[in-house]
Design a protein around this ligand. Structure first.
Ligand SMILES: [Fe+2]
Ligand SMILES: [Fe+2]
Length: 193
């Protein structure tokens, strides 16, 4: 809402002033709108990830990477569910709005998979694309949880926190796989000398 368009209340000294209680109510409703918009964005992003992850799993060369992505696909299906529960927790039906950021990140992932041959370098590309998606999710869920806390939406805080923990763990797991892969590559290069 444009605060300039809000109805100011004339104070007794003649200056235009909005009373503190009205101002904080306005801020709460603006924050609620932001919260809902961000929730619609991540709902779309999670559903897009459910569709995109199977191709990344199929293109992964390392079994460890394929397994980690498969496990996160199952978690991601749960994330879609949780976002629906968050909407329900304040009496709304889940709604998705196209997330341009995730669209771009997934396009990047498609390009990587199209250009690479199966092997360690392709896996490195898939890991980098998957981690970019994770970081977007971590940033979004961190913000959403904070908004929910400020708005006093306790149930939403619990749900968002549960997903945030899983996103962070998936990111850590991908980093571990990337480090392992680089170490294996380095050892193989050393042996080939
Ligand atoms: Fe997720
Ligand atoms: Fe994720």
């Amino acid at each position: 809402m444009d605060t300039k368009k809000a109805n100011p209340v004339k104070a007794t000294n003649g200056a235009s002033k909005t009373p503190a209680t009205k101002k904080s109510a306005m801020q709460a409703s603006q924050l609620m709108k932001l919260f809902e918009d961000e929730l619609k964005d991540i709902y779309w992003a999670e559903k897009a990830l459910v569709k995109a992850l199977p191709k990344m799993i199929k293109n992964a060369t390392s079994e460890e990477l394929a397994e980690a992505l498969s496990a996160h696909l199952t978690e991601t299906e749960g994330h879609v569910d949780r976002v629906e529960q968050v909407f329900a927790s304040f009496g709304k039906k889940a709604e998705a709005v196209k997330c341009e950021a995730m669209t771009g990140l997934l396009k990047e992932s498609e390009d990587i998979m199209e250009e690479c041959e199966p092997g360690a370098m392709c896996d490195a590309g898939i890991i980098s694309a998957a981690q970019k998606a994770e970081h977007y999710e971590i940033a979004t869920y961190g913000t959403l949880r904070q908004f929910a806390e400020t708005l006093g939406l306790a149930k939403a805080v619990t749900l968002l926190e549960a997903t945030l923990i899983e996103e962070k763990a998936a990111d850590v797991k991908l980093t571990e796989i990337a480090i392992d892969a680089v170490n294996v590559e380095a050892a193989e290069m050393e042996e080939a000398k």
